[in-house]
Write a new protein. Sequence first.
Length: 490
Amino acid sequence: MSEFGTVEVDQHQRLQRSIDWKQGLAIALGVPMLILPSLGYMPMYFAGAAVLIWGLSVLQGFLQNTAYAEMATTFPRASGLPGFAQHVFRAENHQGKYDRGKLIGGFSAWSYWFAWNPVMAIFSLLVGNYLYGLFPTLAETFTEYQLSLLAGIVIFAALFIINWFGLKEGAIVGYVLGIGALIPLIVLSVAPFVTGHVDMSNISQNWLPADFAWDMHHIMLLFGVFAIAQWSACAWETAAIYGPEYKTPSKDVPKALLAVGLICLVLYLLVQTSVLGVLGVDGVVDEAISPLLSVAQTIFGEVGAMITIFMLIGAMILVIQTAFLGSSRAMHSMSTEGNLPRVLGTTNRNGTPFVTMAVIAVFNLALISMGNPAAILAASAIGYTCANGISLFAFVKARKKDTAFAKLERPFKAPKSWKYVGLMFGLFNLPFCLVGVIYLNSLEIGWTSTWVGVIVLGAYIPIWFYSQNEARRYRTTPTTETSTETVQNN
């Protein structure tokens, strides 16, 4: 299979070009909700400076996603970060039994899948936690874990059914839930300023912890916190993963990325400032899982808080859908590239990769058993750091003059110097943020989350070797179910 030649595409492995940038934006509107699991986490380590960390992390997202926008238009059939890395690192004239370059690209895609996939479990736990906080009587019937598991089953099943009919229908749900996502987040961010509940001295007089020093311990913590922050604040790159499904990727991808990024920049700064301004650093840390619930109760009272939180739960469902669709496309991309078993590339007549969606739903129901959203996020952040690092190195490689990729048409092109930006942030992710997040995990929640991350990422190696052997068997077996499609790069 060569990017510059002919690719055999199974009739049942094709995604359909059915959305424009506005629909891509609608699906990705759940991304601002990714700040919720970390609203109490960041101030725990860096107090009021958490606001600055969010701002810098979103700006990091603009720099990284400019590179990804170029890659998305250069490889319009590739599904976002997973597809870029697999295309670039795949050897053009590989002769051996196993292609190590293909393994690197596949591992990047697997890391990205593991970065987005657990979002479903994290927010199912948050939904359970919010419902538990709103209705104490539920404790008489359910444990918090049981409530979260039940919420996960209902939400995953409903989204599976809705998205069975194609990405366009999923975008319609995104429009509806997207409005519901932004309204409560905006209200909970702005209302405290309007009502005078925000005390900026809660931030200015608690800018950094009293014991902060520029020593190795705190520098490692800073790298770890940036790794956790980028998991949320840079994640709007998911708008690029629908590259094969945009009608005009050269125009739709950059527009969708820019729109989501601007929304994230405003909301991330506002939400963290509002929460810290109302509750103070200690108050936020005491309500680390759901500080917005306390803010809503302070501003609106019990009834108003209940209405607002129900809207917020609707927003959480949107981010679950964003993760559901993004991670399923990542697995589909890996399967069609021969980096995962072929069955995972199967789509229905609407172009929906329903097999991967079913696998992902079951996997997340298992993850909910960890019970702690922060622990799941910490494991997931390891995957996201690896995916970003390798994808940025892929961007640098594709920009080199001595590769065939350098001659490809780029409908959207980042500035000429951007390969150095890509290299800098690639190194920032690998090794600095990776080492930092492992160090942070060991201090905060022990080694469990790190081991979960290592085991899930490491499981890719035997799966990949199986997939390579399967691909060779398939190539030697004639089939009437494949058609030949010439791959164009623009």
